[in-house]
Design a binder for this molecule. Sequence first.
Ligand SMILES: [Zn+2]
Length: 70
Amino acid sequence: MFLIIGTKYRVSGSELTTGQHRCGRCGTLAPFIKKSGRNHLTLFFVVPVFPVGKTQSFIECPNCKARYQT
Ligand SMILES: [Zn+2]
């Protein structure tokens, strides 16, 4: 059997931040989307098997999707 193992960054959560943030890329001033992500080991680069590494939190601009570390 031939298995292809890879890693994939999976993002979860779509909570809005309480305050407004100014995006450094597109200049939008709005509540950003709070997300957290974690690398997952995958089979065939598609099926996430189990998480590796630690969870990282970031906020995302709702307009241009730029990500900023919290
Ligand atoms: Zn932006």
